[in-house]
Design a protein around this ligand. Structure first.
Ligand SMILES: C[S@@+](CC[C@H](N)C(=O)[O-])C[C@H]1O[C@@H](n2cnc3c(N)ncnc32)[C@H](O)[C@@H]1O
Length: 414
């Protein structure tokens, strides 16, 4: 091995895995088998599955592991397929999974892989050399906006717009073909005083590598699957090399191990409501000064550990939040039902009351009508009586007149 890879946080990572002699372990990033060799040495009656997407790393590691034991299988695949690949081999649960992220020293140092901003090579940066999308395609086809965005997002470089602009301008004449061509373009976009502080291409090369290998999405997916593969007592150990990766790991581990605020302060918490995982180290484990001195590439390393403490439903805090929401939702329903029933009762009473009022009103109306009718009848009766009286009066008058007439006639006759 010309460019030897020195494993980072080797002892710390192996101790953190809590290896059992008969356990099943996964090294998601075999590399040059530094960690895998140690695992295999300790897991005499168990088994090791090791993943890498780099065929050169696999070729060199196979011999190394063969010299230790035969209880291992190397899987050439992106670790984003960790669950599917293990399931294919009838492995449903494992005792521990290690991720030692990024690229290995040989990958970085071999100029032709195109990862290094110190060595001239065709722009590449693919970890999986069978992939079709490389740094060359990215640098020569992405728009100004796309370039600026990935430089900002994955490189956190404040000169991103200027660098993107220079790349677009350069491309007007010819494609950018090599790493050092790109380094010169980047340098031309960054003020000299900034260039003296750190290599101006470091962050931009990191950004391009992350995008070419879709590293952050792949990590997120692999962590999720790994948590589903873990037995009780099993651990996921992750070594990261930049803040973007570390943030993802920290956030996901915290999410899985978070005790809901709603139950946090309670004296007796039902086991079911507690998370299935715990974060073993709140602060990340970092290399000692001695390690950094011996291996400067380890200086940015951070290691985080997650342990499965019980086997419940795989439930991220997001899902638990949904459950909480459901709970709140149920409470909401009870409230709605309560108000609904109260409303119904009130409405029934009100209707009864109103209908009573209506009833009274109706009666009143009827009474008025009856009264009217009575009045009318009375009036009619009075009128009748009046006309009768009139008739009588007239009759009396007529009678008188008749009588008088008769008297007169009698008088005349006499
Ligand atoms: C830092 S090295 C691991 C070194 C190893 N732990 C050792 O001690 O020798 C990272 C390795 O993981 C591989 N790798 C990175 N991302 C990967 C992915 N998504 N899927 C599979 N392998 C990956 C790289 O190809 C590289 O060989």
């Amino acid at each position: 091995m010309s460019n030897k890879h020195i494993s980072v946080l080797l002892e710390e990572a192996i101790n953190s895995l809590n290896l059992k002699e008969d356990g099943i372990y996964v090294d998601a990033t075999l590399g040059y088998a530094g960690h895998s060799s140690k695992i295999l040495e300790k897991v005499k009656r168990g088994y090791l599955f090791a993943f890498d997407q780099d065929s050169e790393a696999i070729r060199l590691s196979t011999d190394r592991l063969n010299s230790i034991g035969t209880n291992f299988t190397i899987i050439r695949s992106n670790f984003k397929n960790i669950k599917e690949e293990l399931n294919k081999l009838d492995i449903e649960k494992v005792d521990g999974i290690l991720f030692d992220l990024g690229v290995s020293s040989p990958e970085l140092d071999e100029a032709e892989r195109g990862f290094s901003f110190h060595k001239d090579a065709r722009l590449d940066m693919r970890m999986d050399t069978s992939g079709e999308f490389s740094a060359y395609e990215l640098v020569n086809t992405y728009s100004y906006e796309q370039l600026r965005e990935i430089f900002y997002k994955y490189g956190e470089d404040k000169y991103s717009p200027n660098i993107a602009k220079k790349i677009i301008k350069y491309r007007e004449n010819k494609p950018i073909e090599t790493t050092l061509e790109l380094v010169e373009i980047i340098k031309s976009a960054v003020p000299i005083k900034e260039r003296l502080k750190k290599h101006p291409a470091r962050q931009i090369f990191q950004a391009i590598r992350i995008e070419v290998n879709d590293e952050l999405n792949v990590l997120q997916e692999a962590l999720k699957q790994s948590s589903e593969l873990l037995k009780v007592g099993g651990r996921i150990v992750v070594i990261t090399f930049h803040s973007l990766e570390d943030r993802i790991v920290k956030k996901y581990f915290n999410e899985l191990s978070k005790v809901d605020d709603i139950i946090k302060g309670l004296p007796n918490i039902n086991e079911d409501l507690l998370p299935d995982f715990k974060v073993v180290n709140n602060k990340p484990i970092i290399p000692t000064n001695d390690e950094i001195e011996e291996n400067p590439r380890s200086r940015s390393a951070k290691m985080r550990i997650l342990e499965r403490v019980k086997w419940g439903e795989i439930m991220s805090s997001k899902k638990r939040k949904t459950k909480k929401k459901k709970f709140t939702f149920n409470k909401f329903f009870v409230l709605i039902a309560f108000f609904g029933i109260s409303f119904a009762i009130t409405r029934v009473s009100l209707t009864a009351y109103l209908s009573k009022i209506n009833y009274d009103v109706e009666i009143e109306k009827k009474l008025i009508v009856e009264q009217k009718k009575t009045n009318e009848s009375l009036t009619m009766a009075i009128n009748e009586l009046a006309s009768l009286a009139k008739i009588e009066e007239v009759a009396q008058d007529e009678g008188l007149r008749y009588n008088n007439k008769n008297i007169k006639t009698i008088k005349d006759q006499s």
